[in-house]
Design a protein around this ligand. Sequence first.
Ligand SMILES: [Zn+2]
Ligand SMILES: [Zn+2]
Length: 258
Amino acid sequence: MIIDTHIHLDNERYKDDLDEVLNRARDAKIKRFIIPGADPATLERTLEIVDANNDVYFAVGVHPYDKASFDELDFEKYVGHKKCVAIGECGLDYFRLEGSDEEKLKEKEEQKRVFRAQIELAKKYKKPLIVHIRDASRDSKEILLELDAKEVGGVLHCYNADEELLSLAKEGFYFGIGGVLTFKNAKKLVNVLAKIPKDKLLIETDGPYLTPSPHRGERNEPLYTTFVAQKMSELLDTSLHDITELTTQNALRLFTLR
Ligand SMILES: [Zn+2]
Ligand SMILES: [Zn+2]
C-alpha cells in the first residue's frame, strides 16, 4: 500500500474525472490521500471531496503564492474537522520574486509573517506542518528552528534535495519525495536520497504538477506514485514491498492516520 501525502485533488484539472482518478489509484493499492491547503478559495471543494471519500484527508493552510488571503481565512472552521490532519502547505518560495530590491525584500518579509503565523497555529492545534520551500532553504530552516516547530514536526514536501535541510530530520521533519526523483536531471535528489533517514521518507505526487517519468508532460495523478516508489526501491536497493511498507508506516505515524 502507498499513501499519497500531497495531492491537490481540489484542483480544477480533476473536476471532470475525480472518481476515475481515485479508483485507478485504489486499484493499484494507493489507499490514502491527503489534500494540502493552498488557496483558501478551494477549501470548500476540498471538504466536498473529503466528505464524499473515506480515504481522503486534508490540511488547512495557505501557500506562499496565496498569502494575500491568509488574514481572511477562518482556520478554526476547518481545523476542527475530524479529517483535518495537518497545517499547510505553508512556507517560503523565493523562486518568483519580482520588482525592485525593496519590493523583493517586502515580499519576503510578508511570506515570513504568514509562515510564522501558520507554525504558531500548528502548535496551537497540535498538528504537523506541511512545509513548502523553494529557493529559500536557509530562511525556512531558521524560522522552523526559531519557533520550535519540532513540537509538532511535519513534512518538507517536494524536498528540494538541499543537504542543509537534512538536519531537520532530528527536529521531527519528514521528506516528501515525488516525481522529480524520476527525472533525468534529478542528480541532486538521487544523490541525497540515501542520506535521508529511512524513518523520515514519504511519497507524494503534488499532482497535478511534477508528473514522473514516463508520463512527463501529462497531468499527474496518485496512480503515478507507483513510479516514485519503484525508483526509490532501485536507488535504495530495497524491495518495492519494503519501500511501500516503510513509507506507509511513516505517513500513518506523522499524520496520525489509521
Ligand atoms: Zn508546494
Ligand atoms: Zn502542493
